[in-house]
Design a protein around this ligand. Sequence first.
Ligand SMILES: [Zn+2]
Length: 238
Amino acid sequence: MESTQCPNCRSSACCHPFYEVRGVPTNSCLLVDDRGRALDFPTGDIMLAVCGECGFIFNASWDPDRTIYSDQYEETQGFSPTFNAFNRAIAEELISGYDIRGKTVLEIGCGKGEFLSLICKLGGNRGIGYDPSFVPDRQRSEQDIRFVREFFTGETRETAPDLLCCKMTLEHIAQPHRFLVSVRTVAARQDSVIFFQVPDVRRILGYLLRALLVFQLHFAQTLVHRDGLCGPQDLDGL
Ligand SMILES: [Zn+2]
């Protein structure tokens, strides 16, 4: 593992593994046609490692060729009123905070286009959305929006937008630093607003830690009952 190279900063000296699980499905959110295909879905390993140089956490066992983003990728949370209220609050905050009215908004990883459609509607904006999982039949927006069913890459050429937003997408990208350089190239204007939304790793690791504690507690209880080290009451509050 010492020779593992950080996909973000390219350091190869300081990557430390801290969590491993084997044989998990290689994709989430991907819909398959029947139960048999679901049961036969390809699996791979997770080996989470942290880079001591830049702090990036990544799956050192990840194989990008096994990850699929297509129109079968169902990421929307747009059927949830709670999520829609959250999305609307973000759109309103961006519009009012940065005067995004009558302007051009570029969204990378726009999914089915719900947020882009919303911010264009609320602010009277024009939109450009990039996502290979976009499905035209799922978006009936009357706004001036151009959807591109492709990845946004270093080769992508677009007019510099007034607002570039990228929500819950950066964590899916293999080489974040290289991607950010591409974003900076497109949003070349000094007054372009760039907005990223990413998961909070503290919350994710909190779930992991709680799962480990439950496991440890079960392990401890097993030892206690087998070896009679102490009574169950001594484990209360763990
Ligand atoms: Zn790094």
